[in-house]
Design a binder for this molecule. Structure first.
Ligand code: MN
Length: 435
């Protein structure tokens, strides 16, 4: 582990040393928050508190950092800070680690401490930056094989799939923060493959458990990012629920890919976890089976890696919430099961000269594992509705019903290391608007 990796020590902040918590000193994810009469501001999450970066900057406690970093952290959006690049992120992270560590009194004993350290329960997290372009990949071999085999039993993976990370360009306009209600979309669906279609609420409302990578520093158009430099451009990771209407998708997706079935909403978790915090959980990219094509040279990097992150999906029906019944776990997968890495996505995305920009979001596609209970969407988990899942209130789900809340969580844990988590990504499905 490099010296740049997260600290593993204790913090003086309440809740930070809870072994079951998501936010120890070793994590320090960053986001944008509001609440308690305060407008949008950048926050750092630790334990049960959020560090108000603007208030911290005003206190003078960040004065060891360059002024450009202090100014960026005092803003209302992360973009300016993200654009500063990896060395700035690391300087700031090291300074936050120092200020919050057990034994450092600068902030702990500061007269303004109570206006800098805000209890998290009074604040809400927002979309953490102005999202630029959004690209959604399809990088889980288990997901692609499962979905492919439903529609093409004899030929689940098309010949390109193991040679390049498949993706499509989505929209950023409908990215919403965790906690936002999601209105069931209307759209065209068919009962027979050739139509005719009818227009109305989707009957096959689904979620997709995905991990998103936010681009910090991009590239100049025409100058691809080499795979061995690709991770330097990634600011951090967060969770993404790529809500999907499967019946609309089935009718519209050929020949140009998903459209209205996916553009109505995607939910983002509030905290961006840095690659430095995740460094202890890197796993070298497993060698491909000899029967698989090996990546072309521009997609090959000797230090390439996947990340050991547990990914959990739960559902809570409206009735369960009223009755106080705990949400039902639908799946527990792991981000390490990806076939294509983030570095490969960045390298391929820019390989033709396309420029990535600060705030762009590259999402993994549904993360599924090899087992039934690690499948990251209901389409796979219930096998197109043929194997319904029972919720804690005794009702069954093939796809989502109105009132259902989907809760996504993610965390890393290993013996001898503090557990670090991503927090939650939540959304309740609301009835469709009348046509
Ligand atoms: Mn997706």
């Amino acid at each position: 582990m490099s010296s740049l990796a997260s600290g593993t020590g204790n913090s003086w902040v309440e809740g930070a040393n809870d072994p079951a918590g998501d936010f120890p000193l070793a994590n320090l994810p960053i986001g944008v928050v509001a609440g308690e009469g305060r407008g949008l501001r950048i926050g750092i999450r630790i334990g049960a508190f959020i560090v108000d970066c603007r208030a911290l900057a005003a206190s003078g406690l960040l004065n060891r950092l360059d002024q450009t970093i202090i100014d960026a952290l005092g803003g209302q959006s992360l973009n300016a800070y993200m654009a500063l690049g990896q060395s700035a992120w690391r300087s700031a992270r090291a300074e936050f680690t120092r200020l919050l560590a057990e034994g450092t009194a600068d902030l702990r004993d500061h007269p303004s401490r109570n206006s800098i350290m805000l209890p998290e329960w009074g604040m809400t997290t927002k979309v953490p930056c102005e999202i630029g372009d959004y690209t959604d990949f399809y990088a889980s071999v288990h997901h692609a094989t499962n979905v492919g085999s439903m529609f093409r039993p004899d030929n689940p993976l098309l010949p390109n799939w193991k040679n390049l990370p498949i993706g499509y360009h989505g929209r950023s306009s409908s990215m919403v923060p965790s906690g936002t209600q999601i209105i069931r979309p209307n759209g065209q669906t068919v009962t027979q493959d050739e139509g005719p279609p009818t227009f109305g609420p989707t009957r096959l409302m689904d979620y997709e458990m995905e991990v998103g990578a936010l681009i910090g520093t991009g590239n100049v158009i025409g100058e691809p990012i080499r795979i061995d430099r690709a991770m330097d451009s990634v600011f951090g990771l967060l969770l993404l629920n790529d809500w999907s209407a499967r019946d609309i998708q089935k009718w519209e997706y050929q020949p140009l890919g998903p459209f209205v079935a996916k553009n109505f909403a995607s939910t983002l978790s509030g905290w961006v976890v840095s690659l430095d915090a995740l460094e202890p959980y890197r796993i070298p990219m497993p060698a491909r089976p000899v029967t698989d094509p090996q990546p072309l040279p521009y997609l090959r990097w000797s230090d390439d890696f996947v990340l050991d992150v547990n990914l959990e999906v739960l559902i809570s029906s409206a009735g369960m919430r009223t009755s106080g019944i705990a949400p039902t776990r639908i799946s527990l997968g792991n981000y390490r099961d990806m076939y294509w890495s983030i570095a490969q996505m960045v390298a391929h995305h820019t390989s033709g000269g396309c420029n990535l920009r600060t705030g762009d979001l590259l999402a993994s596609g549904t993360v599924s594992g090899p087992t039934e209970d690690s499948r990251g969407c209901l389409l796979e988990r219930t096998w197109r509705g043929t194997k319904p899942i029972q919720l804690g209130d005794g009702t069954e789900r093939k796809f989502l019903q109105d009132g259902d809340e989907v809760i996504m969580r993610a965390w890393c844990e290993r013996k001898g290391l503090p557990r670090i988590g991503f927090g939650e990504c939540r959304g309740v499905v609301m009835p469709a608007k009348p046509i």
